[in-house]
Design a protein around this ligand. Structure first.
Ligand code: TYD
Length: 223
């Protein structure tokens, strides 16, 4: 398995780039699996729905519970899907992975980073991406790009809102998103061999070119 993950704040164009990359790899006859976190497995999809606010009258989701929910979805993904592909030649492209938990729950929500590290290692069974692309820009731009479109599934800082709406992020919560962004940059700085930071303000064709060149080089080195 060759494992690629995409990270970044909302509105950075991850999905477009994942689609481009998948198409390009398939044209070159690679066996590609594109997945999303949380989601992908049946349990993961159920957790996604719950996080989106489909709580059926349950009490509010605390920050720690939220951490466990994202981690439970990930653990299910690893146990029921990814662990089966380790020895295969599949290329797995993941829209968000464990770094999202460190960035959002760790840096964003300011939960203890050491504890998050431990939970992440349990949930992933230490299966980590070969490359992680960080599509980076000022989160304010992402919010503007998304415009008035109500992000269905986004985090915020205000816990009173979460009581009625599940884990819903308030798009204007700039401070929160700035912490997330800086968290990502910190993670990338600490592990430069795995991360490739890309300026998400660049033209999308330019971005896809950088992504392709990086993937091609890494693939050449392992084959
Ligand atoms: P999603 O609808 O997948 O949107 P996006 O296109 O931004 O990826 O939303 C997932 C949201 O959940 C996103 O705001 C980031 C957040 N998230 C976490 O807080 N922790 C996590 O571990 C993951 C995977 C996502």
């Amino acid at each position: 398995m060759f494992f690629i993950s995409f990270e970044g704040c909302e509105g950075t164009g991850k999905t477009t780039q994942i689609d481009f990359l998948k198409e390009k790899l398939e044209k070159k006859s690679f066996d590609v699996l594109s997945i999303q976190e949380p989601g992908t497995t049946k349990l993961g999809l159920k957790i996604r729905k719950l996080l989106k606010g489909d709580l059926e009258g349950a009490e509010k989701i605390s920050e720690i519970t939220e951490l466990f929910m994202f981690s439970a979805a990930r653990s299910d993904l690893i146990s029921n899907k990814l662990s089966n592909f380790i020895k295969s030649k599949k290329i797995v492209i993941c829209d968000r992975y464990v770094d999202s938990t460190t960035a959002y729950q760790g840096y964003g929500r300011q939960l203890d980073l050491n504890k998050i590290k431990l939970i992440n290692s349990l949930a992933t069974q230490n299966i980590m991406p070969d490359i992680t692309f960080l599509l980076d820009f000022n989160p304010k731009i992402g919010i503007q790009r998304l415009g008035s479109y109500q992000m269905e599934f986004s985090l915020n800082d205000s816990s009173n809102q979460r009581e009625t709406e599940g884990v819903r992020f308030e798009t204007e919560s700039n401070e929160f998103l700035n912490r997330v962004r800086n968290g990502y940059l910190e993670l990338a700085k600490n592990e430069p061999d795995r991360w490739k930071i890309i300026d998400a303000n660049l033209d999308k064709t330019e971005i896809s070119k950088i992504i392709w060149e990086t993937v091609e080089t890494k693939l050449k080195n392992i084959h």
